[in-house]
Every structure is written in C-alpha cells, then in structure tokens.
Write a protein that binds this ligand. Structure first.
Ligand SMILES: Cc1cc2nc3c(=O)[nH]c(=O)nc-3n(C[C@H](O)[C@H](O)[C@H](O)COP(=O)(O)OP(=O)(O)OC[C@H]3O[C@@H](n4cnc5c(N)ncnc54)[C@H](O)[C@@H]3O)c2cc1C
Length: 428
C-alpha cells in the first residue's frame, strides 16, 4: 500500500482498505497487520531491534520530501547492517527511466508518452501472482480507526468498495464493457462510463502495470484502448513532474505565474465549494465531489477553470479542496491537473483557454441529465437550454430564488473571462 499524504475523504478509503488488507493477510498467510504511528525511522529501528530483522523492503515514493526522508532511512538502516531494497510498485516506469535525447525530462506529454510506452514495453513484463511470503507470527488483535472527523463519509460506501479484490473486479468488468467506447464516452459525465479505477490506483490496490498488462493481453489496440492507455500515461507524466519539480502542489512550473494578480475572496471560494455559484454545471459537479468523493475528469476541468479564471482565485485553493474531498486524491495527478487547468504547468492548457460552462453543458451533458441528478430542483425549467442558464427564464428563475432553491450567477461569464485575460496580460 502506498502512503503519501491523504486528505479527509481519503481517510475513509484508507480505513476500509486497511481492514481488507488485514483480512487478506490473515486468510492468505495467517499473518497480522501491524500499524504503528510515529516517525518512520524511529518506528523501523524499534521493529528491527525487537524482531531481529535483517532485511527491510518498500515501494518507492516520488515527492522530494518523501525521497529525502526515505534516503535517510535507507542509509541509517544500512549503516546498522540491515539490507534495504526498494521497488517500483506504483508506476509503469521510474521517472528517471524516461528521458529525451538530451537526457532531460520531458515537459510535453505526447513525446513523453511515446517514449514512456516504448520503455515500458521493452521490459517485457508478465502478469505474475504473489505466491507466499514469510511472516512474523504476531498475534496482536489490532483495531484501528482512520475515519475522517466529519461524518459525511458515510455515504461513500453506497458508491465504492475499496480493496484489492474489488479493484480486480472493476478492471475485469471495465475491460469487458466500456473500454471499447472510451474515446467517445470519456468526456460525458451524463454517460458516466470511465473506469473509476483512480482510488484503487491511489491506494496501491491495483498497479498501473496490472492494468496495462491485462489490456495488452486481452484487447486490440483500437483508438479507444489507445486513448485509455494514454490516460494512464497522464498519470505517469504527472509523477515525472512531481519527481522533477520542487513542490508541484504549491509552485507554478511556469515561474511567471508567481506574480499573477490573483483575487482574494473567501466568500466566493466558499460558494464554489458548496456548489452555489448559480452556474448549474459547476454546482452539480461540486455536489458530485461532496456526494461521491469523486468527480468526472471533464468536470474537474470545468470547475477548475471557473475557479481560476472566472473567479480569478489562486489554483492552489482548488488543489487543497480536492485534496480534502477526493477519494482518489493523488499528490502528483492533482497538482499536475490544477497546474494544467491554471495554465502554469508543463504542457498546460494555455491560460487564455477559458472553459465556458454553458458550452460545456451543451456538448457534454446535452439533455442536462447530469445536472438534474445533482440539482433536481431545476427540473421546473424543463428545456436543457434553460437548465444550463436558469437566470434567462425570468419567471421560473424568480420562483426558484424566492424559494431559496437556486442562486444568482456569481459572475457574468463574459465579463469575468475578459477580466481573466486582462490579468494574464500583466504577467505575459
Ligand atoms: C484539476 C484536476 C485534478 C485532478 N486530480 C486528480 C487526483 O487527485 N487523482 C487522480 O487520480 N486523478 C486526478 N485527476 C485526473 C482525472 O480527472 C482522474 O484520474 C479521473 O477522473 C479518474 O477517474 P477514472 O478512474 O474513471 O478515469 P479513467 O478516465 O477511466 O482513466 C483511467 C486512469 O487514468 C488516469 N488518468 C485519467 N485521466 C488522467 C489525468 N488527466 N491525469 C492523470 N491521470 C489520469 C487515472 O489514474 C485513471 O484512474 C485530476 C484532473 C484534473 C483536471
């Protein structure tokens, strides 16, 4: 199991995942799971002493802080005569295995992925099953509780089943069905046909290698399958950026953005978080994240663009909110995703590309099915075109406002877009 930073929602997944891991250790190997909280080096040293351990193994992590910590641990244990081995359990390739012809890391996705897929295929990996492991016979009956403080997590179990078995089932089901229409369907939140493997990947319950090897074994490389593989590629690319950047979640890769004239408004940030911006697609998406601990990729881009461009609020505020509310929060993909949408990342969407939530609704939720799932009160507006822009239906909109069922748009989309473009001129 991977263990980098976990937000509030992620603690629910962590808790459930550890329960299943504990059951699986017990039933497969007769082993107990030991969980100890504390400074990693101190804890490991105590365990090494107590059980006379001569070898310590772990899967590598990739942020500069975790690398720093783990390098110290490795060196200290080795100096004490313990054999230490580390592995890649989280990626197709190690970031340093994928370099351009000048020995530099890639800053543009397409050539990165071309090379990365080639490097991975050249390894000729095969699917293997874990046969057995040696266990310490440790009889403690461990109870633990990592659940979030707020009880909004209770509904997550309606939508998700954490654990390795569920991850395998999800993958097999997906390969039998929706992967073949991925290319056309992936952008449609109303169709909801993406693989939903992200939280499993995040918690190391399935590895990208298991996904890719199963695909290569069972599927023809159709346009849909290649598109799906390239999304796994975006995850890899994000890890490469995490590894080579100083602090991907806080510092823009494009340094000019350090001087960007962001606005400050706790009130607007709060309305965005609560899904009360008066822009239905944005509000429905923000309710999806709160309800399911997950948001469709297209909507992550729409709400991100709205926060950063229409509201002109700093992208790191959105990054932090997603960190707390996403079950699949991943320190590489989340930070890279926010930098991409803010226009300050590597190979990012240009700052002047402002997603128009109305046009996005028309293209990707044409019947307003997704919006109505989260904002059923807008049903009274009837036509999708009115649901996308309730304020244009004066009478019906007034009635919704009077009953406190919906909100005035927080900003005018055109004016706020122009304001964003003017702000961008200041750092260009
Ligand atoms: C602002 C923003 C924040 C994001 N934050 C996260 C995050 O914290 N954790 C996370 O896993 N993904 C994040 N993503 C990427 C993407 O939205 C999710 O991976 C995807 O929606 C997960 O759903 P799925 O498993 O059904 O994806 P599918 O479409 O089925 O894709 C399969 C897998 O490919 C990977 N993937 C797909 N799209 C991307 C992408 N754009 N970048 C990186 N990996 C991708 C994921 O591992 C995903 O599980 C973010 C994107 C944006 C724009």
């Amino acid at each position: 199991m991977e263990c980098h930073a976990t937000g509030e929602a992620g603690h629910w997944w962590l808790n459930e995942s550890l329960k299943r891991l504990q059951e699986s250790y017990r039933s497969r190997f007769g082993a107990s799971l030991i969980i100890i909280e504390g400074e990693a080096l101190e804890v490991l040293q105590k365990l090494v002493k107590k059980y006379k351990i001569n070898q310590v193994l772990w899967n590598r992590l990739y942020s500069p802080e975790t690398i720093k910590r783990d390098t110290i641990i490795k060196k200290t244990l080795q100096d004490q005569g313990v054999d230490v081995e580390t592995f890649n359990g989280h990626l197709l390739n190690e970031p340093w295995e994928v370099q351009n012809n000048s020995g530099q890391y890639f800053k543009v996705f397409t050539p990165y992925w071309r090379k990365a897929f080639e490097v991975y295929q050249s390894k000729k990996e095969k699917l293997e099953k874990l046969k057995s492991i040696n266990v310490i016979n440790h009889q403690e009956n461990l109870t633990f509780n990592f659940l979030p403080k707020k009880n909004w997590y209770q509904k997550f179990s309606k939508y998700w089943t954490p654990g390795e078995n569920a991850a395998q089932d999800q993958l097999s089901q997906y390969l039998k069905t929706n992967i073949d229409i991925y290319k056309e369907a992936r952008d449609r939140p109303d169709l909801d046909q993406t693989s939903k493997l992200s939280p499993y990947l995040r918690f190391g319950e399935i590895s990208p290698r298991t996904i890719v090897l199963n695909i290569l074994k069972s599927k023809k490389l159709s346009a849909s399958v290649l598109t799906y593989l390239s999304e796994i590629g975006w995850r890899e690319f994000s890890y490469s950026l995490l590894y080579y950047s100083k602090n991907l979640a806080s510092f823009p890769i494009n340094m000019k953005f350090q001087k960007f004239p962001w606005r400050k408004s706790n009130k607007e940030l709060d309305l965005w978080k609560k899904g009360k911006t008066g822009i239905p697609l944005v509000d429905a998406a923000m309710r999806q994240i709160y309800e399911k601990g997950w948001m469709h990729n297209r909507l992550r881009m729409v709400v991100g663009s709205f926060l950063v461009k229409n509201l002109l609020l700093n992208w790191t505020l959105g990054e932090r909110y997603f960190q707390e509310t996403l079950l699949d929060y991943d320190e590489a993909s989340n930070a890279a995703g926010w930098q991409w949408i803010a226009g300050c990342g590597a190979d990012a969407s240009p700052y002047f590309r402002v997603f128009n939530p109305i046009l996005q609704s028309e293209r990707f939720d044409p019947q307003a099915k997704f919006i109505l799932q989260y904002l059923p009160q807008l049903q009274t507006l009837q036509k999708p075109s009115s649901i996308f822009q309730p304020h244009l239906q004066e009478q019906a909109f007034k009635s919704l406002i009077n009953q406190n069922l919906y909100y005035e748009p927080l900003v005018d989309l055109k004016d706020s877009r122009n304001r964003a473009l003017e702000a961008y001129q200041k750092i260009k």
